[in-house]
Design a binder for this molecule. Structure first.
Ligand code: ZN
Length: 237
């Protein structure tokens, strides 16, 4: 199993690693900064290089405990030491977008008491579903304003990896369905937008809400009496 460098340093763009396994068009590394598709966040793109050769990485997937990097062409041999480079514009856009979603969830929970039921994102564009019976179109502008106030508030975002028992003792985590975590998981990664939102989460985030820029609510859909969907776009602040 490899070391997941993106879990402790979301700003790491380049790293050195050794190929530990190779299957058809994919390789595993002893450590990686490539984020694999999961938790609503799409995977990183980028490049592996060694000895003057380069392999484009266009898909990264988690399979059990292993992270597999799909490469174009014949993959490097096991044992090869490679340099990995993350396609940074895409990744940073995803970090801003993922943090914006947590801010939206935090604002809607704090001000309206509504819970998230699902979500998805692509770079600078995302949607989130809520159990939000009192939601109506007239609230869109108000919610957008409140989220952008949190950008201006420049809240720091702290990531920590806690022993399971310690994470379960944090009352704020309970609402984010932490209790659904499989029993075998001994450590819980916690993303804390200080004073706004605390979630058990595996994704990559910016270090301060001001890095998000601006958030626009571009669409609102009622998906029934209780289920409501908001779509957001991330713009330069
Ligand atoms: Zn998340």
């Amino acid at each position: 199993m490899s070391l997941w460098l993106f879990q402790t340093d979301s700003y790491l763009r380049e790293f050195t690693a050794r190929i530990t396994s190779s299957q058809e068009n994919r390789v595993a590394l002893d450590q990686t900064a490539f984020y694999p598709t999961g938790g609503g966040q799409p995977c990183d793109h980028g490049l592996l290089s060694a000895d003057g050769r380069q392999w484009a990485v266009a898909n990264v997937r988690k399979d059990g405990d292993e992270i597999w990097h799909e490469v174009e062409g014949e993959p490097p041999d096991v044992g090869t030491v490679v340099t990995g480079a993350i396609a940074w514009d895409r990744r940073y856009a995803l970090m801003r977008t993922h943090t914006a979603l947590h801010m939206l969830a935090g604002v809607i929970w704090r001000n309206y008491g509504a819970q998230v039921t699902g979500g998805n994102m692509e770079p600078l564009r995302a949607r989130m579903d809520f159990e939000f019976e009192s939601m109506r179109r007239e609230l869109v502008e108000e919610i957008e304003q409140k989220v952008n106030q949190e950008v201006t508030a420049a809240r720091p975002i702290h990531v920590s990896i806690l022993p399971r028992a310690e994470a379960f003792a944090i009352p704020d985590l309970i609402r984010t369905k932490i209790n659904l975590l499989p029993e075998g998981i001994e450590q819980v990664r916690v993303v804390d937008i200080v004073g706004l939102d605390l979630q058990a989460d595996g994704g990559t985030h910016v270090a301060n809400t001001r890095e998000v820029g601006g958030v626009k609510i571009v669409d609102y859909k009622s998906k029934g009496k209780i289920n409501k969907r908001l779509e957001i776009a991330i713009v330069d602040g």
